[in-house]
Design a protein around this ligand. Sequence first.
Ligand code: ADP
Length: 397
Amino acid sequence: MKILVINCGSSSLKFQLIDSETEQWLAKGLCERIGIDGSQIVYQKAGGDKETTVSPMPDHTEAIRLVLEALTNEKTGAIKELSEIDAVGHRVVHGGEKFASSTLITPEVIEAIKECNDLAPLHNPANLIGIDACQKLMPGVPMVAVFDTAFHQTMPPEAYMYGLPYSYYEKYKIRRYGFHGTSHSYVSKKLAEDLGKKPEDLKVIVCHLGNGASVSAVKYGKCVDTSMGLTPLQGLIMGTRSGDIDPAIIEFIAHKENKNIDEVMTILNKKSGVYGLSGDLSSDFRDLEDAYNKGDEKAKIAVKTFCYNVAKYIGAYTAAMNGVDAIAFTAGVGENAAFVRKLICEYLGFLGITIDDAANNTRGDDTVISTKDSKVTVMFIPTNEELAIARETLALI
Ligand code: ADP
């Protein structure tokens, strides 16, 4: 079967056409600047080069029309006709408490996703626009919603409740939800497979360290805690997001800098994290590593604070699961930044973790980076959210 995976943002749209038998992508790409001047589509067929075409995209329907046109293009298309697409899997950011797993999209499901819009006002409406556009252009093709929050719905109340008046949970559903669930689920299962074990037999900590970053505790195949919260702002220090701070800082900055709540929230989301800590040097760990090696003090503080923070979460989640068998690093930083993995693991000697530097300094497919006698197995495992969405979609059609 051929499954089209769509990840629709407010002004961008990523897509991948996946062959479910081989689990390889047949074509993939990105539409950028939807609804803004200068929109373009980047398209690549498997085995071919990336092509960039500038084309007006006033809305998402036009973006998806261009994607379908590229996929069926006589010369560079990956399929001859649209009817070859058997199903579409949509990434949906917030499923609230309504969705603990992926689901076939029906009119009722769309209404239920709309009800979660309050919880992710930037993301869910864009995801719904993508679903609507696909339904218009591919009537009758089954569509599946795969939620970032679903995998974390197994958390117990003591992990997801905040120390706030209970009525806020009842009235507004304020609680921890967690994100990157598709990645945490995929990587925790892949790790078990790599180790020749069943997920039900393992206590695993997954560190998804990308521009956005989160950690999860997966006990016997089920998520029992995760670092992101009601929104993706909570938890680890990230590329540009602050992660955990004293909430009183918001009021403090507002007074000192004469800013309103929205302005302070923009600072916490876009100007903080390792970017802010490094004195606005960069949110990219490649730049930070260079600066760190050249002795830049702020870059050192940014990297060390980031690593210390991840290590503290690993300690906390070891307590939450009463032990840990394996730790996996994934996403842009987790898969590529060997020096970050090394610095994090230096805090974990108390768990009996020792790192094999030669293995750690490699890149590529799933790799064990701990030594043979390490008490906990540590790996890096490239995440593949698109493949995970395609698998979920296939399972539901
Ligand atoms: P997201 O999906 O959250 O945008 P990614 O998982 O793609 O993020 O991660 C992007 C980040 O990965 C970059 O900002 C950079 O910090 C880091 N990264 C990517 N490649 C490398 C590399 N070779 N070395 C170190 N860090 C890298």
